[in-house]
Design a protein around this ligand. Structure first.
Ligand code: SAM
Length: 423
């Protein structure tokens, strides 16, 4: 892939498309998260709007990839290999026209320089054929077949809701530090919650500077809701950037937030400074760290495949393969087993993952319960949960793409809670 971002004589906007191409390359060929690839891929761009455009093009391409590929395949006599540069460039051009509303001439003129000295004629020809044919994208996007197959087996018809959910970026949820705060006129789906439209400039919303709220999907707010209010010690393990830490601190707990990543812990610090909510931060690997004493509440928001946040991060659809899920499930088991030792007698343990994979949710909770007879399931109750999100028959919470769909949906999460026996 090209390294040079700006070249004389190129149409304006070519550099942003080159960055989008690098982003796609990072996700699809190297398996990197889109957000992590952003810095390097866009470093030569001048200013936020170009960076935003590169990100929007790459994200839209990932949302629509199977449908874009089907269009490309319909217009080529010999199927282009999956990793052919011509396919990448056509995906970008088509995603702009069919998904983002870019005029066709602007979309094609800014990608052709990316295949200079290569399949320029082919790209131009395929694009022209499709445009003359008046093609459109299906109203409901097609999910990648591996993910669709896995989720259909796990969740049946909810896979259709997942496809609908990926059509556009989702609304943005805010968790309020004070449930009585009334500074934003927006729908509320649960106590201390507001939902603002997709694309809202969060830094400009009322209450941002004062730290009255932080961005957190409603499903992601459930683990801390299941811990509730308290004034004892709470351990938030795998805590950064800190949505759940802030909830626990706002609910009165004396929280220690532990995270292994220094850069992510910096976001914990930023959030602590902005909200002025008190909590301690430990930058440590929980597999080596040890608290000074057992805690009344322990929250494990374990690292996972993150397939539950595919609406905001469509790259997970292409990165979360079976082997990755199995590897994450192994890490989760080790973290959860270790965390269980730090729950004080009579204390509460909550386990959560933002995953739509049973191996990282239901199977993990079943395994834990069998291995830890000293922990009794503590089923979630309706009054603890947002309306429209029921507990499972086991008392766990499993949020699925079809839930709250009319109100804008929610992320996919799994949450289980146990109480440790007194002796
Ligand atoms: C799902 S994210 C946590 C999100 C966070 N709880 C929140 O609500 O904002 C998982 C976190 O686990 C951290 N992590 C992964 N492995 C870890 C380990 N062995 N010890 C501590 N933190 C770990 C990652 O750095 C990442 O920040």
């Amino acid at each position: 892939m090209a390294r040079d971002m700006t070249r004389a004589g190129e149409p304006l906007g070519t550099a942003a498309r080159r960055a989008a191409l690098r982003l796609l390359d990072a996700v699809l060929r190297r398996g990197e998260p889109l957000e992590s690839a952003l810095g390097l891929a866009t470093r030569a761009l001048h200013g936020g709007p170009d960076r935003g455009l590169a990100h929007a093009i790459a994200a839209e391409t990932l949302r629509r990839l199977p449908d874009l590929d089907a269009l490309i395949d319909s217009a080529t006599r010999n199927r282009l290999p999956d990793d052919a540069k011509a396919r990448f460039v056509l995906r970008i051009a088509l995603a702009q026209v069919l998904g983002l509303g870019t005029p066709p001439h602007a979309a094609i003129s800014t990608v052709l320089p990316l295949v200079d000295g290569g399949p320029r004629k082919l790209v131009h020809g395929v694009f022209g054929t499709l445009m003359r044919g008046g093609v459109t994208l299906p109203e409901v996007p097609t999910l990648p077949s591996a993910v669709a197959g896995r989720w259909r087996a796990a969740w049946g018809e909810d896979v259709a809701a997942a496809a609908r959910a990926i059509a556009a970026p989702p609304p943005i949820d805010l968790s309020l530090a004070d449930p009585a705060w009334d500074g934003i006129d927006a729908p509320s789906l649960a106590p201390a919650h507001r939902r603002v439209p997709a694309g809202s400039a969060v830094g400009e919303l009322p209450g941002y500077d004062e730290g009255a709220w932080w961005v957190q999907d409603i499903a992601a707010s459930i683990p801390a809701r299941l811990i509730g209010r308290g004034d004892g010690v709470a351990l938030d393990l795998c805590a950064a950037p800190g949505g759940k830490t802030l909830q626990l601190a706002a609910a009165g707990w004396r929280v220690t937030a532990v995270d292994a990543s220094e850069s992510r812990a910096a976001r914990l610090e930023e959030n602590r400074a902005r909200t002025r909510l008190p909590f301690d931060i430990a930058i440590a690997d929980v597999l080596g760290w040890q608290p000074p004493a057992p805690a009344a509440a322990v929250l494990v928001d374990a690292p996972c495949s993150a397939t539950g946040i595919f609406r905001r991060h469509p790259d997970v659809l292409y990165r979360a393969h079976d082997a990755m899920v199995a590897e994450m499930a192994d890490v989760q088991a080790r973290i959860l087993d270790r965390a269980a030792q730090w729950v004080a007698p009579g204390g509460v343990l909550v386990y959560a993952t933002c995953s739509l994979e049973r191996a990282e949710g239901e199977d993990q909770a079943t395994r834990f319960a069998a291995a830890h007879p000293g922990f009794t399931p503590l089923p979630a109750t309706a009054d603890e949960l947002p309306a429209g999100i029921p507990a499972t028959p086991e008392g766990w919470v499993r949020t699925l793409p079809g839930m709250l769909e009319d109100a804008g949906g929610c992320d996919g999460f799994f949450i289980a809670r146990w109480r440790r026996a007194l002796t």
